[in-house]
Design a protein around this ligand. Structure first.
Ligand SMILES: Nc1ncnc2c1ncn2[C@@H]1O[C@H](COP(=O)(O)OP(=O)(O)OP(=O)(O)O)[C@@H](O)[C@H]1O
Ligand SMILES: [Mg+2]
Length: 286
C-alpha cells in the first residue's frame, strides 16, 4: 500500500471480517533474556488479519517486552517471529525498513517531541520516511488529526494538550503511514474513564474503517472487554491463555481469575529465601 493512499471510508466492517486464514503475526517458542534474566519463556502468539488482540498480565510479566521483540528491537534467545509473513531473523536490512513502514507503534509513555507542534509531531514519519511534498504531508497529517478528533489542533505545542489529547496525538502519529499492524502499549493508562472510553472507540474504528490489525497491551479490564477480539494473558513468561472475552471470563484458571478479580498473587514466601535476600550484599533477581 502506498503511503499516499488513504483508507478512510465510512463503511463499518463487522468483526466477522477477521480473516481466519491469514496471520499477520506468528510468534513461536519465543525465549528472551535481559542479561542473565529470562523474561519470555517459550511464548506462542498468533494474531489474525483484522483482529484486535489485547495482551494482559501482571506488572513485569513481559507484555512490553513482547512488543519490543516483535518490533525487532532486540534479538531473541530462541524462537521465531513473523510479521506480515516476514521472518524477522531472516529478513534483509532493506526489507526490514519496508516492513517497519507497515507497522505503527504507540509506546507506553506515548511521548511527543515537546519542541515540535502537534502537526509537526504527526508529520514526522512522513518527512523522515517518504519523499512526499510538504503540501501532501500537511494534508495527510491533518487528516489523521481529524481521525483522532484533534482536527484544528495542529499548531498547538504538546505542553498545551491534556493527557488524553497527547495520547490521541501520539495515536495520530502512529497511524500516519497507514500501517497494517499497530502496536499499542497502555493506550488509556492514567486517563479518566470518559477519555479512556473515547480511545477505545478510536481503536475500534481503526479496525473497522481501516482494517488494521492491532496488539493492545492494557491493564484496564473494561477497555479490554470492550475492544478485544481475543485476549492473551501472559504469566511467568508464558502465554497462560488466549481466548475470546467470554472464554476468558469463563476461565477457571486461578491466575486468570485473580487477574480478573484484581487479586494479588499470594505467592508463598519462602522464609530461607527471604532471609538470604535481605542479607546477601550482591543479591540480584535470577
Ligand atoms: N531494558 C531492560 N533491561 C533489563 N530488564 C528489563 C528491561 N525492560 C524490562 N525489563 C524487565 O523485564 C521484566 C518485564 O518487563 P516489561 O516491561 O516487559 O513488563 P510489563 O508486563 O510490560 O509490565 P508493566 O505492566 O508494568 O508495564 C521486568 O521484570 C523488567 O524489570
Ligand atoms: Mg509494560
Amino acid at each position: 500500500m502506498s503511503t499516499t493512499e488513504t483508507k478512510h471510508t465510512s463503511k463499518q466492517q463487522p468483526r466477522s471480517q477477521i480473516n481466519e486464514h491469514e496471520n499477520v503475526i506468528e510468534v513461536k517458542g519465543l525465549v528472551t533474556h535481559y542479561g542473565q534474566r529470562k523474561i519470555l519463556d517459550g511464548v506462542d502468539f498468533e494474531v489474525k488479519k483484522g483482529e484486535i488482540r489485547v495482551v494482559m498480565g501482571g506488572s513485569g510479566s513481559g507484555k512490553s517486552t513482547l512488543l519490543w521483540y516483535m518490533l525487532g528491537l532486540y534479538q531473541p534467545t530462541a524462537g521465531e517471529i513473523k510479521l506480515l509473513g516476514k521472518d524477522l531473523q531472516k529478513i534483509s536490512f532493506n526489507d526490514h525498513l519496508n516492513l517497519k513502514q507497515d507497522i505503527g507503534v504507540s509506546f507506553q509513555s506515548g511521548a511527543l517531541f515537546s519542541s515540535m507542534s502537534v502537526g509537526d509531531n504527526v508529520a514526522l514519519p512522513l518527512r523522515e520516511l517518504t519523499d512526499l511534498d510538504e503540501n501532501t504531508i500537511r494534508i495527510i497529517s491533518r487528516m489523521k488529526l481529524e481521525v483522532v478528533n484533534l482536527g484544528g489542533f495542529h499548531k498547538l505545542m504538546p505542553a498545551q494538550l491534556s493527557g488524553g489529547m497527547i495520547k490521541r496525538a501520539a495515536l495520530a502519529r502512529s497511524i500516519v503511514m497507514d500501517p497494517k499492524l499497530l502496536f499499542f502499549d497502555e493506550p488509556s493508562a492514567g486517563l479518566d474513564p470518559v477519555v479512556a472510553s473515547e480511545i477505545d472507540d478510536l481503536i475500534l474504528s481503526l479496525r473497522d474503517t481501516m482494517g488494521m490489525s492491532m496488539v493492545v497491551v492494557t491493564h484496564e479490564l473494561d477497555s479490554a472487554f470492550k475492544i478485544a477480539d481475543r485476549i492473551t494473558v501472559l504469566d511467568n513468561g508464558k502465554n497462560l491463555i488466549t481466548g475470546t472475552v467470554e472464554e476468558i471470563k469463563r476461565s477457571t484458571n486461578k491466575r486468570v481469575m485473580d487477574l480478573l478479580q484484581r487479586r494479588s498473587r499470594h505467592d508463598k514466601l519462602n522464609p530461607t529465601e527471604y532471609l538470604r535476600r535481605l542479607t546477601q550484599e550482591n543479591y540480584t533477581l535470577s
